[in-house]
Design a protein around this ligand. Structure first.
Ligand SMILES: [Zn+2]
Length: 272
């Protein structure tokens, strides 16, 4: 027989489907192969939903999910992303990094992330240019075991530091903040968040009963309630502080990311 190879369906497809579509299909297949099998179906479902206006109400900027509803969390409707589990504050922080910093520019940066939230850590660990370390006192999902009040890193090690909802669990939070300042480079910046649930900060070390702590401080593991004067503790340690609310980061589209009005501020800290 004259002409090319043996007849097969694959050959036929190669001949009649334009090259550009073949390449797109290949890219799409390799994309789905990157995800573990159990999660693959979820990803395909989310990608399909992104095409349908009916589902385009809420969007997670971290994992790219679209949905008509997000999951409720601690009585807050549409709080948790059904795909990556991000909460309002995680999406707020992600948008801050995306819109107000050059963290995702691909430039080289050494980053330390305390008590890593899986939804953020899974993306940050894949960022090109980022030399990324996670740390936790009990090493839950973290690369290194570290006590925030006594860090094993030398002075001025990191360009970027992220510490969210950690200090309210730390007995000597002022020492923790001083350590954050110490390991940060002179040109670096830290993003620090705590729940702001009081008019002014109050603590009482004599309260040790978990039930009583939950009643007074909101959660059994919390050692104090912070007020907006938290910024003063950051300044005491030597930081120059700028406060950002969701309005500063996502005024027009906060509803789309379901960030909600109750999300506390984030504190951007630089060294003197
Ligand atoms: Zn998500």
């Amino acid at each position: 027989m004259a002409g090319g190879g043996a007849f097969s369906v694959a050959n036929l497809i190669k001949r009649i489907v334009p090259g550009i579509i073949q390449r797109r299909l290949k890219t799409l297949l390799s994309y789905f192969r990157r995800f573990p099998r159990p999660g693959r179906l979820k990803v395909i479902k989310q990608k399909a939903r992104a095409l349908l206006p009916y589902y385009r109400r809420f969007h997670c900027p971290i994992c790219g999910a679209w949905d008509r509803r997000f999951e409720s969390f601690r009585g807050r409707p549409d709080a948790r992303c059904p795909m990556c589990g991000s909460l309002e504050r995680h999406r707020f922080v992600w948008l801050f990094w995306l819109r107000q910093t050059d963290l995702f520019s691909g430039a080289r940066a050494k980053m330390l992330h305390f008590a890593p939230e899986p939804c953020l850590a899974s993306r940050l660990s894949q960022m090109s240019g980022l030399d990324y370390t996670t740390a936790d006192l009990r090493r839950r999902h973290a690369m290194v075991k570290a006590d925030i009040t006594d860090l094993q890193f030398p002075d001025e090690t990191f360009d970027v530091l992220y510490c969210s909802h950690v200090l309210e669990h730390v007995p000597d939070d002022r020492q923790g903040i001083r350590e954050c300042c110490r390991v940060l480079k002179r040109t670096g910046w830290a993003l620090i968040l705590v729940p702001i649930t009081a008019r002014s900060t109050f603590e009482d070390p004599s309260i040790t009963d978990p039930k009583e702590r939950e009643r007074v401080f909101g959660l059994a593991g919390h050692l104090r309630r912070y007020g907006p004067d938290f910024a003063d503790r950051l300044r005491e340690a030597g930081f120059v502080v700028s406060v950002y609310t969701p309005d500063d980061v996502a005024r027009e589209d906060a509803a789309r990311f379901s960030i909600g009005p109750k999300v506390g501020p984030l504190y951007l800290c630089r060294r003197h």
